[in-house]
Design a protein around this ligand. Sequence first.
Ligand code: MN
Length: 198
Amino acid sequence: MPLEDYQKKRNFDSTPELKAENVSNGESSLVEATPTKSKDMLKFVVQKHFASRLHFDLRLELDGVLKSWAVPKGPSVNPKDKKLAVMVEDHPFEYKDFEGTIPEGNYGAGKVYIWDYGTYHALDTDDMQQSSWILREGLEKGYMTFILNGEKLKGEFALIRFKKASPKDWLLIKKNDEFAAEIDISAIEAPGEAADQK
Ligand code: MN
């Protein structure tokens, strides 16, 4: 889903969210300017989003944008918990740093906290170019496996697209490894969230 969708859904006069640079109004294709992106390792972020319904947004950097999934119940580190992850529009790379309040009346109104962040790579390589190639292919096939190096989420995860249901519906699954645990990790607050409540 191209960045135009991100742009169209938002009124940048009234939301503090970032405007996607290098993006046209949808009339023509993406401008060829090189977008900001990582230089050595791909980045990921999980934002906890207090929209009309609380959810977590998993965003994986790929090709200069953030591939994005809304995870209604939040990620799990228990391999038995398969979590629905609904693919949403790509977000600009810089959105990985967004934390703040989207005002009432705007798309996704509510508070956004960075719940987890770090680097990630494909299963068999941490080389950024090779990872990108493998992940791109996985995205198309509807079967992506990757290693997250976050503060909360670590180790191998898979995103698997449903075959028959809506193509936007994926499952986020923790693979069995040393970082798998039977804990409710989504119950842990985002750092900024805890600070706000003091
Ligand atoms: Mn969201």
